[in-house]
Design a protein around this ligand. Structure first.
Ligand SMILES: Cc1cc2nc3c(=O)[nH]c(=O)nc-3n(C[C@H](O)[C@H](O)[C@H](O)COP(=O)(O)OP(=O)(O)OC[C@H]3O[C@@H](n4cnc5c(N)ncnc54)[C@H](O)[C@@H]3O)c2cc1C
Length: 463
């Protein structure tokens, strides 16, 4: 029998790779994990975590404004960007150590190095200029922001990775994109006092989300002072002698700004990994092909997380890693379940959503009931803030099952987490109706919408 240095070698120390390495090592497997940049990966170092810290920072101006309605006098305030960056970096370093240390404490070996496959069982560890062998290999190399190299002047622009350590906060920014990263950063920069324009080529921001959420968020962002140009594209970016950037659009006047950020999707890191040499066929240009259990076309090589281009979210990468461990090391073949994934957009106001949009439910079911409430949350009343909240349930009219839940407003992400259980559990609207409200909360609206606001029959709105 061939003997290998490792039972499992993981390439990529992000959400998926670290979880797979740590849990496999804790099962007594001999595990190696290589990370070329920083342990923790996109989520911890240049994604979810620093982004959410920035979101919190950007909400303070509204908190200061609202405090007055509650009787507070807020004195002179000021914001210091280097302090935020330094505090954020300290927190990321703490988390990075936890991620790396977790694998090591479980008995795994960590390598601070780029790694690639020499063949199906041999991994080259660049920093150590040596190879190791492994019975199984897990590719968890994630993805990177698309630099949009075909855009003239793209080299003057920043990507989401750069936004986390800009030397100074710009006075103005133009962001290209309409996905959640573009929308979140537009709100972050605006909240921090940056004059912000969002340019999106599609009809409405946040494609694939429920249209109610998209429209209402768009309107609220505009009311706050963010300029949003839909059905508009960048043609080129010029840099002036004074250092300012000029974004030329397919229509309308060019926009002059201190920074231009491109948030135009992410590309899986599949290149230069030696996949062909290892017999793992590359899939479409943008994706690795894995089967329902995350196995590639090479028997002993598996892939999880963003590199597989399935659903690019941290909990999904972690779930896929856990399914991989169950399948390979616990003798419990488990397919990752990508149905009804609850998610949030940390816009301002926040979005929390799970299950089918009204539009998709209309295509899937003959009879759909929509329960919808738009109201001013209590916390906005005394400050005189006009911002409204939306709660919406989408129900399969025949089976009575709740198939979608959509919220726009404070703590929407927290609510979506719990509504995810309702939808995953296949609970009916009757169960929701029978649930006692928690009063006074905004979430109580979700269990007190007793009558449908309207129905869809054959996808068409009636009543
Ligand atoms: C700005 C932003 C905000 C986000 N916000 C959220 C959010 O709020 N909620 C959410 O769920 N998700 C969010 N995400 C997505 C989330 O970060 C990813 O889905 C998640 O990190 C994917 O985990 P992964 O393990 O697949 O890859 P990653 O976390 O990207 O890890 C891959 C790692 O592999 C390393 N690597 C690559 N190639 C090699 C190699 N050859 N050798 C060694 N190491 C290598 C990389 O350096 C990287 O550290 C956000 C992403 C971004 C960019």
């Amino acid at each position: 029998m061939t003997s290998y240095d490792y039972d499992l070698f993981v390439i990529g120390g992000g959400s998926g790779g670290v979880r797979a390495a740590r849990v496999s090592a804790s099962l007594g497997k001999k595990v190696g994990l290589a990370e070329e940049y920083r342990f923790g990966g996109t989520c911890v170092i240049r994604g979810c975590v620093p982004k959410k810290l920035f979101v919190y920072a950007s909400q303070y101006p509204e908190h200061f404004e609202d405090a007055v309605g509650y009787g507070w006098t807020v004195g002179e305030t000021s914001f210091n960007w280097p302090t935020l960056i330094a505090n954020k970096d300290r927190e990321l370093a703490r988390l990075e150590a936890i991620y790396k240390g977790g694998v090591e404490r479980a008995g795994g070996d960590t390598f601070h190095s780029r790694a690639w496959l020499v063949d199906a069982h041999t991994v080259h560890i660049e920093a150590e200029k040596r190879t190791v062998t492994a019975e199984r290999i897990l590719i968890a190399t994630g993805g990177r922001p698309n630099p949009h190299a075909s855009l003239p002047g793209h080299e003057h622009c920043i990507l989401s990775d750069d936004a986390f350590h800009l030397p100074e906060l710009p006075a103005s920014i133009v962001i290209a994109g309409g996905g959640y990263i573009a929308v979140e950063f537009a709100n972050i920069f605006h909240g921090l006092g940056v004059q912000t324009t969002l340019v999106y080529r599609g009809k409405e921001i946040l494609g694939r989300f429920d249209m109610d959420l998209r429209r209402m968020l768009h309107e609220t962002m505009v009311e706050k002072g963010i300029r949003i140009l839909c059905e508009t594209r960048f043609e080129r970016i010029d840099k002036r002698d004074d250092g300012k950037l000029v974004a030329h659009l397919n229509e309308g006047d060019p926009i002059v700004a201190d920074q231009v950020m491109l948030a135009l999707g992410r590309t899986p890191n599949t290149e230069n990994l030696g996949l062909e040499a290892a017999g793992a066929k590359l899939g479409t240009p943008r994706a690795r092909v894995v089967d329902a259990y995350s196995r590639t076309s090479a028997d002993n090589i598996w892939a999880v997380g963003d590199v597989t281009n399935r659903v690019q979210l941290t909990p999904v990468a972690i779930h896929e890693a856990m399914c991989f461990v169950d399948t390979v090391f616990r003798d419990k073949p488990t397919r990752p379940d990508h149905e009804a994934i609850a998610t949030a957009v940390f816009s301002q106001p926040e979005i929390g959503t799970v299950g089918l949009s009204e539009e998709d439910a209309g295509k899937q079911f003959d009879d759909v009931e929509i329960y919808r409430a738009v109201f001013r949350p209590m916390r906005n009343i005394l400050p005189g803030r006009q911002e409204k909240m939306l709660t919406k349930l989408v129900v399969d009219g025949k089976a009575r099952k709740v198939v979608g839940a959509h919220i726009l407003g404070p703590d929407a992400g927290e609510m979506a987490q719990l509504l995810g259980i309702v939808i995953k559990g296949g609970l009916t609207k009757d169960v929701v109706d029978a649930t006692m409200a928690v009063h006074p909360t905004a979430a109580e609206e979700l269990v007190t919408m007793y009558q449908p606001s309207y129905r869809l029959k054959g996808g068409e709105r009636v009543g």
